[in-house]
Structure formats: structure tokens, C-alpha cells
Ligand binder design. Structure first.
Ligand code: SF4
Ligand SMILES: [Zn+2]
Length: 341
């Protein structure tokens, strides 16, 4: 049975909730970095028909997508609703669609152009970041986007790892490192910056192999991306990761592993902004340590992301750190079984 068929069978068993078509899937205000300083960020997840690829082992975003394709008016209402949420005087806007902002099947050219030109006219908005798969990054789409927006623009691509074998055999991502590099080159030709999302600990990797994968991925990706965001794998419902987690065959990464990756990654790529938002930290389905130190370690990771100062990790310690070191040392010999929950 192929990997894609397994993922599709899991997807077919899920119940999908439906949301009003004129409301985004989610919108929230947080913090990010702009030109080396912290700034408010408005994150919007538009409700579209969702990702055309829809095959990745860790991705449950498909369940957030619209049952019927939303109209131009629906999407503009989603946009207006989202823009009314941020009260800060200046902020950046991060656009997600549970798929690709540049896929015309999710958001057509006219709607995309109208959103970007409204963001361009809004003086509170200092920069826009939009997530997309690399195959939708074309010169034509970027030219239209750049002239509609007229202010700093960034494309964010879920590269996950620089290792083609891990991306294929553990994530089922469906594109290669060179696809990512090509999209990045097109972006740069149009004055658009690039952000890469990496994934710490997809299925089938031991804790140590996952750490090494991230450290080499940061080093190999940094020449092609000004910002790298390391996602710490969390267990989303209705995914292969979820099935393996329920059987005891998968444990999300330790927060100590994230600290190690951020410290070593920053050492290897000092000129690159390296970030991580430890979503779900401390829970069984999120990245976690022993339960006692999770809040402190997650908060250090958040501070590092805003300051880029690895010194924030210096004072951190807990009894579980020794256990984590043992897991990293021994898990390669367990043929994929997790040693500690
Ligand atoms: S490409 Fe992105 S949105 Fe699509 S299935 Fe993979 S992780 Fe999910
Ligand atoms: Zn601990």
C-alpha cells in the first residue's frame, strides 16, 4: 500500500466540522520580528478549499478547509473580519490558507490582488508574509502581488527538511529541495524575501536523528532563506502521526531537542533569523519534557525567537535533561520504538 493511500484512508475516516464561509478558520494576534525588533503580528488562516496536495503525514489542516469553495465576497469578508482583530498601531500580517496562498484554486488572482492592495494601503501593516507550496511561486504571480502590495513581502514555504529522503519517506511532502531553491530564486528576483519552515521530528526518526536532521537543514537552508522557523512536531488529529502516537509508536520531540537545534543552528547560521513557536508545549501531543520544566524551556524558546540570543538557554536545567541525553544516545538502537513517553 502506498504512503499516499494510507494518508487518504486515515483522512476518509474523519468527521469534518463546517464553519460559516465568511469567517476565517482562525485569526490571532502574536509577536514576530521585523528588522531585528519585535513587532505585533496578525496571523490569519483563511478558510479556502484547502491544500491541493493534502498528503503530508503530520498535517491535519485539511479538516479546517471549506466544504464548498468560498466566493470572492466570502473571502473578502474573511479578510475584513481578520483585519478588525488587530488593534496595534503597527503590525505584520501572516497569511495561511491551510494550503497555498498562491494556488489560484484556493484564492483566485483577483481576490489575491484585492487583499494585497488593501494591505498595501493600510499604513499599520509593515510587512506581509504568505505561505505557499513552491510550485505556485511563479514570476507572473509574484509580479502581480508585489505591485499590488508595494511594501515588504515574504513567501513562507514548508520545506520541513533539506534532506530529500526524509521529506519523501517520513513526511510525503511531494517536492524536492531544488523545487524550494528554485521558488526562492524567483522570489528574490522579484524583491521578495523567503522564510522556510522546518519540522523537528517527523515520524520514523529517532530523537537523535531528528536533531541532526534539523541542524544540517538549518545549515543547508540558510543560504536560501532569510528566516527559518523550526516547527516542533505536534500530533494533529486524523494524521499518520496521530495513528502512530495512539499506538505508542511516536513521541513528539523533547523541548531539550529544540533547544539543542536552536543553539547549534544559530551557531552555524548566525546571519539567519531562526525562530520557533513551541505550539502545544508541555502536553502529551505537543513537544514536551518531564512536565516540571516545560513552561520554563518553552518560554526560553519564545524569548530566543524574539531576541536571537542563545544566552537565554544558559541557565536552564532539570533532572530530565540527563534522561533526554540517554534517549538521544539509545533511541537509534530501538528500531523506532519510543523509550520514554
Ligand atoms: S503541503 Fe502543507 S497544507 Fe498541504 S498537506 Fe502538506 S503540510 Fe498540509
Ligand atoms: Zn524536566
Amino acid at each position: 500500500m502506498s504512503f499516499t493511500k494510507i494518508v487518504h484512508d486515515i483522512r476518509a475516516r474523519q468527521k469534518i466540522k463546517s464553519n460559516p464561509p465568511d469567517r476565517p478558520t482562525a485569526v490571532w494576534v502574536g509577536k514576530d520580528m521585523l528588522d531585528g525588533r519585535p513587532i505585533a503580528s496578525l496571523t490569519v488562516i483563511f478558510q479556502t478549499t484547502g491544500c491541493r496536495w493534502n498528503n503530508c503525514t503530520m498535517c491535519g489542516y485539511v479538516y479546517d478547509s471549506a466544504k464548498k469553495p468560498p466566493s470572492h465576497d466570502d473571502l473578502m469578508k474573511q479578510f475584513e473580519y481578520a483585519m478588525s482583530r488587530c488593534k496595534d498601531e503597527e503590525f505584520i500580517v501572516k497569511i495561511f490558507t491551510s494550503g497555498s496562498f498562491f494556488d489560484d484554486g484556493e484564492i483566485d488572482t483577483g481576490t489575491r490582488e484585492e487583499m494585497l492592495s488593501r494591505l498595501g494601503k493600510d499604513t499599520r501593516v509593515k510587512k506581509v508574509i504568505a505561505e505557499t507550496r513552491p510550485e505556485y511561486v511563479t514570476g507572473e504571480r509574484l509580479s502581480v502581488a508585489v505591485s499590488a502590495l508595494g511594501k515588504p513581502f515574504e513567501v513562507a514555504i514548508g520545506l520541513e527538511t533539506s534532506n530529500d529522503m526524509i521529506r519523501k519517506d517520513c513526511i510525503n511532502k511531494g517536492f524536492s529541495f531544488s523545487d524550494f531553491r528554485d521558488a526562492g530564486n524567483i522570489a528574490r528576483e522579484h524583491g521578495v524575501t523567503v522564510k522556510a519552515y522546518l519540522l523537528l521530528k517527523p515520524v520514523f526518526l529517532s530523537e537523535g536523528a531528528a536533531i541532526n536532521d534539523m541542524i544540517s537543514s538549518i545549515s543547508e537552508t540558510s543560504p536560501h532563506a532569510g528566516t527559518i522557523s523550526v516547527n516542533l512536531c505536534n500530533v494533529q488529529r486524523g494524521t499518520l502521526v496521530d495513528e502512530m502516537f495512539e499506538r505508542g509508536d511516536y513521541r513528539p520531540p523533547w523541548l531539550w531537542s529544540a533547544v539543542e537545534v536552536l543553539k547549534k543552528g544559530k551557531e552555524t547560521a548566525p546571519g539567519t533569523i531562526i525562530m520557533s513557536d513551541p505550539v502545544g508545549a508541555g502536553s502529551a501531543r505537543g513537544p514536551h519534557n518531564c512536565g516540571k520544566c516545560d513552561d520554563d524551556v518553552a518560554s526560553a524558546i519564545r524569548i530566543f525567537s524574539l531576541t536571537q540570543d542563545t544566552g537565554v538557554f544558559n541557565g536552564l536545567d532539570c533532572q530530565c535533561r540527563e534522561l533526554w541525553k540517554k534517549v538521544v544516545e539509545l533511541e537509534d538502537s530501538t528500531f523506532g520504538s519510543t523509550l520514554v513517553k
